[in-house]
Ligand binder design. Structure first.
Ligand SMILES: Nc1ncnc2c1ncn2[C@@H]1O[C@H](COP(=O)(O)OP(=O)(O)OP(=O)(O)O)[C@@H](O)[C@H]1O
Length: 326
């Protein structure tokens, strides 16, 4: 059986400047996969490109299969049925995704009409049930609220309720908790995990925060400069990262659980998309680089069972800890 989503060789460029440089990524049914990396590495663009949500000026190539069926470049009607239906996406700033002049109830019932054909009193009742499901206090009354009357966390719950209206097989959550304070972040992540357990939907969590990822996902894909550079089980990544970039991200984490901060400690910056070095894009920042790193782009290759890294000098198992504590 093919994976739920299989992305192969996905590329995207804006005005000739590449943002994705051949992304390979798959998501199994019911799986929770994290996509992590520094700002600008292409996490959001990967999923916007996959779902046909980039602006017209973007040039997109490669393949995106949903249940084995190609959806990249599919007719608008097919993509409309996929988006919000089989695959839903939520974003960092729920307020900007909600319509400020329409009540919450109307926005959820519109999603229900679109994806399930439910209308009238039945749709309103289902909207209330969905708001209840996402832990909205006093759900019936909140149906009549406008987005500006709700907190950031409550608006994110509304977005999740709208996503559930399509009974998605996959929810792509793009930094869903970044704008929220820490207590609310934890509640939203727990809610997503709970919904996943109950419905069997798959989850892709886009985040720059490895702490968030560790709690929520089984598998992690680390992205750097428009490519996946490491892919493995979350536990393996934390115990033994193979790519020096992943090791650098982990070393940038604060040592004490709970005291999270953005990843920032790797020296240097991501190369500009229009000035990519010819070989490994991480080579200029990499403590393990050798001359060959600058010659060819390394391919994702197996370093251990179900563990792949795009590096010609991956960290041997066990060595990562020494590098991280150096
Ligand atoms: N509409 C657009 N027009 C031009 N360039 C874009 C557009 N959207 C994204 N890009 C560029 O694509 C690259 C990848 O952006 P993307 O938003 O995917 O990064 P990200 O890893 O999700 O980072 P962040 O966490 O900051 O959102 C960046 O260089 C960005 O400037």
């Amino acid at each position: 059986m093919p994976p739920l989503v299989e992305i192969t060789g996905l590329t995207a460029a804006f005005d000739g400047v590449p943002a994705l440089r051949s992304v390979d990524l798959s998501v199994g049914r019911g799986e929770a996969v994290a996509l992590v990396g520094e700002s600008g590495c292409g996490k959001s663009v990967t999923w916007l490109a996959a779902l046909g949500l980039l602006p017209g000026k973007a040039r997109v190539g490669g393949s995106v299969r949903l249940d084995g069926q190609e959806i990249l470049g599919a007719p608008p009607a097919t993509l409309d049925a996929v988006r919000g239906g089989r695959v839903a996406m939520i974003f960092q700033d729920p307020a900007s995704s909600l319509n400020p002049v329409h009540r919450i109830g109307r926005q959820i019932t519109e999603a229900l009409a679109l994806h399930r054909g439910t209308t009238g009193a039945a749709a309103r009742e289902e909207a209330r049930r969905l708001l209840d499901r996402v832990g909205m206090p006093d759900a019936r009354r909140r149906l009549d609220a406008y987005p500006h009357e709700l907190s950031g966390g409550q608006n994110q719950r509304v977005m999740i309720a709208m996503a559930l209206a399509g009974a998605p097989e996959l929810l792509v959550a793009d930094e869903p908790t970044t704008a929220l304070d820490v207590t609310i972040q934890a509640q939203i992540l727990e809610l997503l995990a709970e919904i996943r357990r109950d419905t069997g939907m798959a989850l892709v969590l886009i985040s720059h925060d490895l702490g968030v990822v560790a709690e929520t996902c089984e598998r992690v894909c680390v992205m750097y400069a428009g490519r996946i550079v490491e892919e493995t089980a979350a536990a393996d990544l934390f115990a033994a990262p193979a790519h020096p970039y992943a090791a650098g991200l982990l070393a940038a984490l604060p040592p004490i659980d709970g005291a999270r901060r953005p990843l920032a400690a790797i020296p240097g910056g991501v190369p500009e998309p229009w000035a990519m070095p010819p070989g490994c894009a991480y080579a200029p920042r990499c403590p393990r680089r050798v001359a060959a790193c600058e010659e060819a782009v390394p391919r994702l290759s197996t370093v251990a069972p179900a563990h792949r890294a795009a590096c010609i000098r991956p960290l041997p198992q066990g060595a990562a800890r020494e590098l991280m504590s150096a």
